[in-house]
Design a protein around this ligand. Structure first.
Ligand SMILES: Nc1nc2c(ncn2[C@@H]2O[C@H](COP(=O)(O)OP(=O)(O)OP(=O)(O)O)[C@@H](O)[C@H]2O)c(=O)[nH]1
Ligand SMILES: [Mg+2]
Length: 231
Protein backbone atom coordinates (compact mmCIF):
# COMPACT_ATOMS: atom_id res chain seq x y z
CA UNK A 1 0.00 0.00 0.00
CA UNK A 2 1.56 3.32 -1.02
CA UNK A 3 1.77 5.79 1.86
CA UNK A 4 -0.49 8.82 1.83
CA UNK A 5 2.36 11.30 2.46
CA UNK A 6 4.33 10.00 -0.52
CA UNK A 7 1.27 10.40 -2.76
CA UNK A 8 0.61 13.90 -1.46
CA UNK A 9 4.26 14.80 -2.08
CA UNK A 10 3.82 13.78 -5.71
CA UNK A 11 5.99 10.66 -5.61
CA UNK A 12 5.41 9.18 -9.08
CA UNK A 13 5.88 5.54 -8.04
CA UNK A 14 3.50 5.90 -5.13
CA UNK A 15 0.94 7.55 -7.42
CA UNK A 16 1.29 4.78 -10.00
CA UNK A 17 0.79 2.12 -7.33
CA UNK A 18 -2.24 3.93 -5.97
CA UNK A 19 -3.67 4.20 -9.50
CA UNK A 20 -3.36 0.44 -9.95
CA UNK A 21 -5.15 -0.18 -6.66
CA UNK A 22 -7.94 2.17 -7.70
CA UNK A 23 -8.30 0.50 -11.09
CA UNK A 24 -8.67 -2.80 -9.27
CA UNK A 25 -11.58 -1.36 -7.33
CA UNK A 26 -9.75 -0.66 -4.08
CA UNK A 27 -11.18 2.50 -2.53
CA UNK A 28 -9.38 2.38 0.82
CA UNK A 29 -7.27 5.47 0.04
CA UNK A 30 -10.21 7.51 -1.19
CA UNK A 31 -11.52 9.08 2.03
CA UNK A 32 -8.12 10.62 2.82
CA UNK A 33 -7.36 11.52 -0.78
CA UNK A 34 -10.69 13.31 -1.03
CA UNK A 35 -9.81 15.61 1.86
CA UNK A 36 -6.72 16.73 -0.09
CA UNK A 37 -8.46 17.11 -3.46
CA UNK A 38 -10.56 19.86 -5.00
CA UNK A 39 -7.97 22.13 -6.54
CA UNK A 40 -7.41 20.61 -9.97
CA UNK A 41 -8.92 21.83 -13.20
CA UNK A 42 -10.65 18.72 -14.57
CA UNK A 43 -11.23 18.62 -18.31
CA UNK A 44 -13.11 15.95 -20.25
CA UNK A 45 -12.30 15.63 -23.94
CA UNK A 46 -14.78 13.63 -25.97
CA UNK A 47 -16.08 13.45 -29.51
CA UNK A 48 -16.42 11.10 -32.46
CA UNK A 49 -13.60 8.82 -33.59
CA UNK A 50 -10.94 10.67 -35.52
CA UNK A 51 -12.08 14.18 -34.54
CA UNK A 52 -8.61 14.96 -33.23
CA UNK A 53 -9.11 14.42 -29.50
CA UNK A 54 -5.64 13.01 -28.91
CA UNK A 55 -3.97 15.73 -30.98
CA UNK A 56 -5.90 18.35 -29.03
CA UNK A 57 -5.08 16.69 -25.73
CA UNK A 58 -1.41 16.79 -26.67
CA UNK A 59 -1.67 20.52 -27.42
CA UNK A 60 -3.47 21.24 -24.15
CA UNK A 61 -0.69 19.44 -22.27
CA UNK A 62 1.89 21.62 -24.02
CA UNK A 63 -0.01 24.81 -23.24
CA UNK A 64 -0.44 23.89 -19.58
CA UNK A 65 3.20 22.83 -19.26
CA UNK A 66 4.28 26.14 -20.79
CA UNK A 67 2.51 27.77 -17.83
CA UNK A 68 4.40 25.47 -15.48
CA UNK A 69 1.30 23.45 -14.55
CA UNK A 70 1.50 19.76 -13.74
CA UNK A 71 -0.86 17.67 -15.86
CA UNK A 72 -2.33 14.19 -15.43
CA UNK A 73 -4.06 12.46 -18.32
CA UNK A 74 -6.49 9.57 -18.14
CA UNK A 75 -6.81 8.10 -21.62
CA UNK A 76 -9.78 5.79 -21.67
CA UNK A 77 -8.69 3.11 -24.07
CA UNK A 78 -11.79 2.44 -26.11
CA UNK A 79 -10.82 -1.06 -27.31
CA UNK A 80 -13.20 -0.53 -30.19
CA UNK A 81 -12.70 -1.55 -33.80
CA UNK A 82 -13.00 2.13 -34.79
CA UNK A 83 -10.12 3.36 -32.77
CA UNK A 84 -7.90 0.36 -32.21
CA UNK A 85 -5.58 1.52 -34.96
CA UNK A 86 -5.17 4.97 -33.50
CA UNK A 87 -3.88 3.79 -30.17
CA UNK A 88 -0.36 3.22 -31.35
CA UNK A 89 -0.17 6.77 -32.68
CA UNK A 90 -1.57 8.04 -29.42
CA UNK A 91 1.07 6.18 -27.49
CA UNK A 92 3.87 7.53 -29.60
CA UNK A 93 2.62 11.09 -29.21
CA UNK A 94 1.99 10.67 -25.52
CA UNK A 95 5.43 9.17 -25.05
CA UNK A 96 6.90 12.53 -25.91
CA UNK A 97 5.52 13.65 -22.59
CA UNK A 98 6.66 10.56 -20.71
CA UNK A 99 10.11 12.07 -20.30
CA UNK A 100 8.49 15.05 -18.57
CA UNK A 101 8.02 14.49 -14.81
CA UNK A 102 5.29 17.16 -14.84
CA UNK A 103 3.05 14.95 -16.97
CA UNK A 104 1.50 11.71 -15.73
CA UNK A 105 -0.34 9.59 -18.30
CA UNK A 106 -2.53 6.66 -17.43
CA UNK A 107 -4.29 4.56 -20.05
CA UNK A 108 -7.30 2.68 -18.82
CA UNK A 109 -8.98 -0.15 -20.67
CA UNK A 110 -12.76 -0.07 -20.80
CA UNK A 111 -12.81 -3.84 -20.67
CA UNK A 112 -13.66 -5.23 -17.25
CA UNK A 113 -15.05 -1.95 -16.00
CA UNK A 114 -18.64 -2.47 -17.07
CA UNK A 115 -20.74 -0.09 -15.03
CA UNK A 116 -17.82 0.98 -12.92
CA UNK A 117 -15.72 2.92 -15.38
CA UNK A 118 -17.07 6.32 -14.41
CA UNK A 119 -16.51 5.59 -10.74
CA UNK A 120 -12.96 4.36 -11.32
CA UNK A 121 -12.23 7.44 -13.42
CA UNK A 122 -13.61 9.71 -10.70
CA UNK A 123 -11.38 8.01 -8.14
CA UNK A 124 -8.32 8.43 -10.37
CA UNK A 125 -9.14 12.12 -10.77
CA UNK A 126 -9.27 12.43 -6.97
CA UNK A 127 -5.89 10.71 -6.71
CA UNK A 128 -4.19 13.01 -9.23
CA UNK A 129 -5.87 16.07 -7.75
CA UNK A 130 -4.66 15.18 -4.25
CA UNK A 131 -1.20 14.40 -5.61
CA UNK A 132 -0.85 17.98 -6.76
CA UNK A 133 -1.64 17.90 -10.46
CA UNK A 134 -3.02 21.27 -11.50
CA UNK A 135 -5.02 19.83 -14.37
CA UNK A 136 -6.49 16.39 -15.04
CA UNK A 137 -7.53 15.63 -18.61
CA UNK A 138 -9.84 12.70 -19.35
CA UNK A 139 -9.94 11.61 -22.99
CA UNK A 140 -12.75 9.34 -24.17
CA UNK A 141 -14.41 8.50 -27.46
CA UNK A 142 -17.92 9.85 -27.29
CA UNK A 143 -19.89 7.04 -28.79
CA UNK A 144 -21.42 5.13 -25.91
CA UNK A 145 -23.19 5.78 -22.65
CA UNK A 146 -20.21 4.75 -20.54
CA UNK A 147 -18.02 7.32 -22.29
CA UNK A 148 -20.65 9.96 -21.64
CA UNK A 149 -20.69 9.00 -17.97
CA UNK A 150 -16.92 9.25 -17.92
CA UNK A 151 -16.98 12.68 -19.53
CA UNK A 152 -19.39 13.83 -16.84
CA UNK A 153 -16.74 13.19 -14.19
CA UNK A 154 -14.91 16.30 -15.41
CA UNK A 155 -15.91 19.81 -14.36
CA UNK A 156 -15.62 21.03 -17.93
CA UNK A 157 -16.39 18.79 -20.88
CA UNK A 158 -15.05 19.71 -24.29
CA UNK A 159 -16.85 18.05 -27.20
CA UNK A 160 -14.60 17.95 -30.26
CA UNK A 161 -16.36 18.24 -33.61
CA UNK A 162 -15.08 18.73 -37.14
CA UNK A 163 -16.45 20.62 -40.12
CA UNK A 164 -18.20 18.56 -42.73
CA UNK A 165 -19.56 16.28 -40.05
CA UNK A 166 -23.09 17.69 -40.22
CA UNK A 167 -24.60 14.24 -40.27
CA UNK A 168 -22.49 13.22 -37.31
CA UNK A 169 -23.66 16.26 -35.39
CA UNK A 170 -27.24 15.16 -35.92
CA UNK A 171 -26.62 11.55 -35.03
CA UNK A 172 -24.61 12.16 -31.89
CA UNK A 173 -26.75 15.00 -30.68
CA UNK A 174 -28.92 12.88 -28.42
CA UNK A 175 -25.84 11.54 -26.75
CA UNK A 176 -22.97 13.89 -26.21
CA UNK A 177 -24.14 17.31 -27.34
CA UNK A 178 -25.81 18.27 -24.11
CA UNK A 179 -22.90 17.35 -21.88
CA UNK A 180 -20.69 20.02 -23.48
CA UNK A 181 -19.65 23.22 -21.77
CA UNK A 182 -17.31 23.90 -24.67
CA UNK A 183 -17.41 22.90 -28.33
CA UNK A 184 -13.99 22.68 -29.96
CA UNK A 185 -14.37 22.75 -33.71
CA UNK A 186 -11.17 21.06 -34.72
CA UNK A 187 -9.69 20.88 -38.23
CA UNK A 188 -10.73 24.49 -38.71
CA UNK A 189 -8.24 24.48 -41.58
CA UNK A 190 -10.90 22.57 -43.52
CA UNK A 191 -13.87 24.31 -45.15
CA UNK A 192 -17.08 24.71 -43.18
CA UNK A 193 -15.65 25.42 -39.72
CA UNK A 194 -17.05 28.96 -39.48
CA UNK A 195 -20.47 27.77 -40.59
CA UNK A 196 -20.50 24.95 -38.05
CA UNK A 197 -19.43 27.43 -35.34
CA UNK A 198 -22.28 29.76 -36.27
CA UNK A 199 -24.75 26.90 -36.33
CA UNK A 200 -23.69 25.60 -32.91
CA UNK A 201 -23.65 29.06 -31.42
CA UNK A 202 -27.17 29.86 -32.59
CA UNK A 203 -28.45 26.49 -31.42
CA UNK A 204 -26.70 26.47 -28.03
CA UNK A 205 -25.77 30.07 -27.20
CA UNK A 206 -24.84 29.13 -23.63
CA UNK A 207 -22.02 26.86 -24.80
CA UNK A 208 -18.57 28.20 -25.66
CA UNK A 209 -17.58 27.56 -29.28
CA UNK A 210 -13.89 27.71 -30.21
CA UNK A 211 -12.30 26.93 -33.55
CA UNK A 212 -8.96 25.14 -33.37
CA UNK A 213 -6.40 23.52 -35.64
CA UNK A 214 -4.95 21.02 -33.20
CA UNK A 215 -2.42 19.76 -35.71
CA UNK A 216 -0.85 23.23 -35.88
CA UNK A 217 -1.48 24.34 -32.32
CA UNK A 218 -3.83 27.12 -33.44
CA UNK A 219 -6.59 28.34 -31.15
CA UNK A 220 -5.30 26.41 -28.14
CA UNK A 221 -4.90 29.41 -25.82
CA UNK A 222 -8.44 30.53 -26.76
CA UNK A 223 -9.69 27.02 -26.00
CA UNK A 224 -7.94 26.99 -22.64
CA UNK A 225 -9.44 30.39 -21.81
CA UNK A 226 -12.93 29.10 -22.69
CA UNK A 227 -12.38 26.03 -20.51
CA UNK A 228 -11.32 28.24 -17.59
CA UNK A 229 -14.38 30.44 -17.97
CA UNK A 230 -16.51 27.35 -17.42
CA UNK A 231 -14.49 25.82 -14.59
N1 LIG B 1 -6.66 18.75 -41.13
C1 LIG B 1 -6.49 18.53 -39.82
N2 LIG B 1 -6.29 17.28 -39.39
C2 LIG B 1 -6.12 17.08 -38.06
C3 LIG B 1 -6.18 18.14 -37.12
N3 LIG B 1 -6.00 17.64 -35.89
C4 LIG B 1 -5.85 16.31 -36.02
N4 LIG B 1 -5.92 15.96 -37.34
C5 LIG B 1 -5.76 14.61 -37.91
O1 LIG B 1 -6.91 13.83 -37.64
C6 LIG B 1 -6.56 12.47 -37.43
C7 LIG B 1 -7.12 11.96 -36.12
O2 LIG B 1 -6.49 12.62 -35.04
P1 LIG B 1 -6.49 12.01 -33.58
O3 LIG B 1 -5.94 13.05 -32.69
O4 LIG B 1 -5.86 10.68 -33.56
O5 LIG B 1 -8.06 11.87 -33.37
P2 LIG B 1 -8.85 11.13 -32.17
O6 LIG B 1 -10.12 11.87 -32.03
O7 LIG B 1 -7.98 11.02 -30.97
O8 LIG B 1 -9.09 9.72 -32.80
P3 LIG B 1 -9.59 8.38 -32.06
O9 LIG B 1 -8.78 8.23 -30.80
O10 LIG B 1 -9.31 7.32 -33.07
O11 LIG B 1 -11.05 8.56 -31.82
C8 LIG B 1 -5.04 12.40 -37.49
O12 LIG B 1 -4.66 11.98 -38.77
C9 LIG B 1 -4.62 13.84 -37.25
O13 LIG B 1 -3.38 14.12 -37.84
C10 LIG B 1 -6.38 19.47 -37.63
O14 LIG B 1 -6.43 20.45 -36.90
N5 LIG B 1 -6.54 19.58 -38.99
MG1 LIG C 1 -7.44 9.35 -29.77
Amino acid sequence: MPSLPSILQGDIRAIARAATLIENGDESLLPELTTHAGRALTIGITGPPGAGKSTLCDQLIRALRAEGKKVAVIAVDPTSPFTGGALLGDRIRMQLHHADPGVFIRSMATRGHTGGLARTTKNLVTLFDAAGYDAVIIETVGVGQSEIDVARVAKVTVVVLTPGSGDDVQSIKAGIMEIAQVFAINKADLPGAAMLAKHLHSESPEIEVVQVVAQEGKGISELLAAIRRRA
